[in-house]
Ligand binder design. Structure first.
Ligand SMILES: [Zn+2]
Length: 75
């Protein structure tokens, strides 16, 4: 589910909330639904790039990656 940033049009409170399709978020402070949707500054692509190195480690630097002897096939 996407997370959106909103700024309340009534009290100015800024918050982020999960938004399901078909539902209307409301301000958690004053329960107004006069919300301005903010552009999210979170770049999800950088997170996925950071968590996907997927490069096999050289033998000298993988002591516990897959258990002892996990790098034996590199011979
Ligand atoms: Zn509000």
């Amino acid at each position: 589910m996407p997370i959106y940033d909103y700024a309340c049009g009534d009290c100015g409170h800024e918050f982020e909330t999960l938004v399901r399709s078909g539902t209307t978020p409301e301000c958690p402070t004053c329960h107004s639904r006069k919300l301005d949707k903010l552009l999210s500054v979170f770049a999800t692509t950088t997170v996925s790039e950071r968590t996907a190195p997927a490069m096999p480690s050289p033998c000298g630097s993988c002591p516990n990656a897959g258990g002892p002897g996990s790098c034996a096939f590199n011979s």
